[in-house]
Design a protein. Structure first.
Length: 523
């Protein structure tokens, strides 16, 4: 009731805001304007729909970035419509992408739909790209198919004004426990882009495998990357592979956040170089799933030469602002050593021009100025641990929220889920969606919350189908928590918008978990 009152008040005060728009007449559109995930900030339905036809053109301005987004739209729409959809910088009407000054911020956009066309306007290319994802969802699900479909291709009339709640809307992929190829990562990037996710966090090293080439320590990959959980062949990214992932992610407006997890989770490195071990003896490679048994040798100088080399080479490959140094589950490192280690390693990240990100255990040391801590506790994590994070946040540390019993995408949905783990609990779709990042951690100022990230650990996941079954539908909810205004948060409305995604995923070849909590069409 309080929530209903809240949205009524919001409509009354914001005037144009419609939380859950009434159905638009004309059943052939995908649905009412704004039946989109993540929920847009503001939706004003009305006026005639736009119909994409054989004569439709995609209008772009002269900037290279906008033309590339125009080509991306054409690549999405041509196979299913069968229309030529030329991309041109001349004329008016049709699907128009334009950069203009306005109240859009770095990633926001405005979408206007009417009889003559659909125009997406933004201040930056990222905003146009996100607006294009909205346009896709305003078309029937069959638009996502890769063969010609009958249509008609109608977009409901009206205006959407949209801008994200948070600047950090992430997804993490663990490529260490099982290795995933460049093509598999690209496939996930395309899926993340559908929901306006803008950070791809790659967990590049762990006990079971080192996955990124480091020229100054070549055995990290040639030996340390040669296996994975279960003993399979593993693999690693060459520098060219990694650059290709970065390039592709950037083409979908995602920034890569690379993670090298230290000082724990380092068996693959310790196995590759005996001198990194305090006793000078390399342990065997590890293909199990225990955690907390490995540590770099905090008292040896060579450890810091190693960390410097790795961070220098990785920073040089990474155009993004951030470098994640892990720091979780360092159970084989004393607290004193952990603090000492983090005091030496964080400045190295800064020296190579990057901002430190760490799992929230970093707040047990002294986070560097401007650092970001990624919270991965549970609802019932101790008040003391949460307060340590909150105190850091009040002192200026940014917080990214990844509560494990909410948005760890590798947690089983139910006891029957064939994949995944359950150490953080069983996480059905409603539980995953129904929390507020702005108030989740007591004592954290809302301004310290940078956003939301959904990690995917891969102890039990070996291929794209596995990833997709665990990500969908929960990824969409995590993305919505990161993008949509808190005022739009409403499970009963969300589950209806979410249900409409099911046919899109089917059209895209994504096999998702058919949660009984969601009213999927035709079920
Ligand atoms: C973690 O799940 N160990 C960050």
């Amino acid at each position: 009731m309080a929530r209903l009152l809240g949205s009524l008040l919001l409509m009354a005060t914001a005037g144009t805001f419609v939380a859950g728009a009434a159905p638009t007449p004309g059943a052939e559109t995908a649905g009412p304007l704004g039946e989109v995930v993540p929920a847009p900030a503001s939706v004003e339905p009305g006026g005639s729909p736009y119909r994409i036809t054989r004569a439709t053109r995609i209008r772009v301005d002269d900037s290279g970035a906008v033309r590339r987004i125009g080509e991306y739209v054409a690549d999405v729409l041509r196979p299913s419509t069968g229309y030529p959809l030329p991309v041109t910088s001349r004329g008016k009407g049709g699907i128009q992408l334009r950069l203009a000054k306005g109240p859009f911020g770095a990633e926001g956009y405005r979408l206007d739909s009417g009889a003559k066309g659909v125009t997406i306007t933004a201040a930056q290319p990222a905003g146009l790209f996100h607006g294009v994802q909205t346009l896709r969802q305003l078309l029937p699900a069959a638009v996502e198919k890769d063969s010609v479909q009958p249509g008609p291709w109608l977009v409901a009339g009206g205006t959407i004004k949209d801008t994200p709640r948070y600047g950090w809307r992430g997804a993490m992929l663990d490529v260490s426990r099982h290795f995933f190829t460049v093509d598999q990562v690209k496939r996930y990037v395309d899926q993340l882009a559908l929901y306006k996710v803008n950070k791809l966090h790659l967990h590049l090293s762990d006990d079971q495998g080192w996955r990124i080439a480091v020229d100054s320590w070549p055995r990290l990959t040639t030996y340390g990357g040669s296996t994975q959980v279960g003993g399979g062949p593993g693999g690693f990214y060459t520098k060219a592979d990694y650059r290709e992932i970065v390039r592709y992610a950037a083409s979908r407006y995602l920034e890569v956040v690379p993670e090298i997890d230290v000082p724990g989770h380092t068996n693959a490195a310790l196995a590759s170089y005996a001198e990194l071990n305090c006793d000078g003896v390399a342990p065997p490679l590890y293909t199990g799933t225990e955690v907390g048994f490995s540590s770099l040798c905090v008292s040896k100088e060579i450890t810091y030469d190693f960390v410097d080399d790795v961070i220098r080479e990785l920073a040089a490959l990474t155009p993004g602002r951030y470098l994640h140094i892990g720091g979780d589950e360092a159970h084989s490192t004393s607290h004193e050593d952990y603090v000492k280690f983090m005091d030496r390693v964080q400045p190295v990240v800064a020296e190579y021009g990057k901002t430190v990100v760490g799992w929230h255990q970093l707040t047990g040391a002294t986070p560097a100025k401007g650092a970001v801590a990624q919270y991965w506790g549970l609802d019932d994590t101790s008040a003391e641990e949460k307060e340590r994070v909150a105190a850091a946040a009040r002192g200026g540390t940014g917080i990214v929220l990844s509560p494990a019993d909410r948005i760890y995408l590798d947690m089983k949905y139910t006891a029957d889920t064939p994949l995944g783990l359950d150490w953080a609990g069983l996480v059905e779709v409603k539980r995953s969606y129904d929390w507020d990042p702005g108030s989740y951690l007591p004592g954290v100022p809302a301004s310290a919350v940078r956003g939301v990230e959904a990690p995917m650990w891969t102890e039990t996941l070996t291929n794209s189908a596995d990833i997709e079954y665990m990500a969908f539908p929960r990824l969409a909810g995590a993305a919505e928590l990161g993008w949509s205004p808190a005022a739009t948060h409403d499970w009963d409305r969300y589950k209806v918008r979410l249900a409409a995604q099911g046919p899109r995923w089917e059209a895209l070849g994504i096999d998702y978990y058919r949660s009984p909590q969601v009213p999927w069409p035709g079920r």
